[in-house]
Design a protein around this ligand. Structure first.
Ligand code: FDA
Length: 389
């Protein structure tokens, strides 16, 4: 194997690691990717009938307050000035999310100031008295009171988890953001925007280096291809960003995930919903949200008579589904602890990214985590010729 480093997975974690090792250390890096495209879940493509950029694995909004990440990502792309806002349709009305003073006043048909609204929510949140919350419903009521919970959390959460909130553990939520201002901006990071030319050109630029070879449609567990687990482990340093339970052949049991199903449609209207993301809080609407991609790029010259929408449905994943959000039950945490011990025994393999560490990571977090693993684990060891882990 004529390479210095094997990176399994071409998402933001794998690409950041490959780019740093190729550029800074001059290593020859092979990236293998089981999908037919680069970029992991941030991949986007142009819908052919309309020319509209579609985020293939759900809407991806870039935001960060991390200066190092911002300096790093702006080497590969410029960002638009897009600022994300989310609306929700509940009971035939459209409200701003996250819950803010506008949402509260519209919902209660009132004109409260911040202090009055706060006093009302505190009072409504006392319903359970001193009882400690035993399930998600009780926890949510203890945070925002029953009326707001039933309107904005109950149905949406039940659809996300396909489980009644009284059956879900209280620990799934630790806080529910309520803003006592009219600020409806979804993220509050210093930097926010979308890549000017789209996600895929950004991702491709990260891999565009003479020392990096990308092998698509190549699965690490397929022993018929040269860069497989049996042939590579112990021979060369590996950065593995696939699912950790799969790596160990599910020896400690499956880690549970939620997945999403997407239903895409091209409509013969110039604008379907007037905004990029509309949540649906009512339980009798089967999907959780609708994305309308043209609104992510108002600066682009998209057709005036067509639009692309994508309905999102949520459910538990099995082994054959795309794993999207870790469920993180007590059993998952137990299994993860056992996998962590197994990882520690796996010499010269670094486990990273959202699948390799079983945690939800935003894009900026995946990049930050790769940059710091590069600094602390890869770079010093490669320089001395020691195993990376
Ligand atoms: P990622 O999953 O992207 O990459 C892992 C790669 O490894 C995949 O390409 C996979 O095919 C490959 N792989 C796995 N097993 C393999 C094997 N055996 N052999 C070869 N290759 C293998 N973040 C954000 O900042 N803003 C947002 O708005 C969103 N929105 C969002 C929506 C949805 C629905 C999801 C699920 C996620 C987001 N994210 C997000 C998070 C974002 O997608 C995430 O931060 C990055 O995907 C993390 O990059 P990774 O490299 O860790 O994983």
């Amino acid at each position: 194997m004529d390479i210095d480093l094997l990176v399994v997975g071409s998402g933001f974690y794998g690409l950041t690691m490959a780019e740093r090792c190729a550029e800074e250390l001059g290593l020859k890096v092979a990236i293998i990717e089981s999908r037919h495209h680069i970029g992991g879940n941030a991949y986007s493509e142009i819908e052919p009938e309309t020319g509209i950029e579609v985020h293939r694995y759900g809407a991806h909004l870039f935001h960060t307050s991390n200066e190092r990440v911002w300096d790093y990502v702006t080497r590969f792309t410029q960002f638009t000035s897009y600022i994300h806002h989310v609306l929700t349709t509940v009971g035939g009305e459209v409200y701003q999310m996250p819950i803010n003073l506008g949402t509260i006043n519209q919902f209660f048909r009132a004109a409260y100031g911040p202090e009055e609204a706060k006093a009302l929510i505190i009072e409504q949140a006392q319903e359970l008295g001193d009882k400690s919350p035993e399930n998600l419903e009780e926890k949510a009521i203890s945070l925002i009171g029953r009326p707001l919970y039933e309107a904005f959390v109950k149905g949406y959460t039940a659809k996300q988890w396909q489980t009644d909130p009284t059956e879900l553990p209280a620990g799934i939520i630790s806080r529910l953001p309520v803003r006592y201002t009219y600020n409806a901006r979804y993220f509050s990071d210093t930097y926010e925007g979308l890549p000017v030319d789209g996600y895929t050109p950004w991702l491709e630029k990260m891999a565009d280096h003479k020392n990096i070879d990308v092998h698509l449609n190549t699965d690490f567990f397929d022993t018929s291809q040269p860069f497989n687990k049996d042939s590579a482990v112990g021979q060369i340093p590996i950065v593995y960003t696939g699912p950790v339970d799969r790596y160990f052949d599910y020896a400690e049991g499956d880690l549970s995930w939620r997945t999403l199903d997407f239903e895409e449609e091209v409509l013969n209207v110039g604008d379907f919903q007037g905004t990029s993301v509309m949540n649906y809080g009512d339980e009798d609407v089967p999907f959780t949200r609708i994305h309308e991609f043209r609104h992510f790029h108002p600066e682009r010259d998209y057709p005036k008579d067509k639009t692309v929408i994508m309905r999102e449905f949520s459910r538990f994943a099995d082994r054959h589904d795309e794993p999207y959000y870790p469920v993180n039950t007590a059993k998952d945490r137990e299994r993860l602890a056992a996998y962590r011990e197994a990882m520690a025994g796996e010499k010269n393999v670094l486990f990273g990214g959202r699948l390799g560490t079983y945690q939800y990571l935003d894009m900026h977090m995946a990049i930050a985590s790769a940059l710091s693993a590069y600094d602390n684990r890869i770079s010093p060891h490669i320089k001395t010729g020691e195993p990376i882990v």
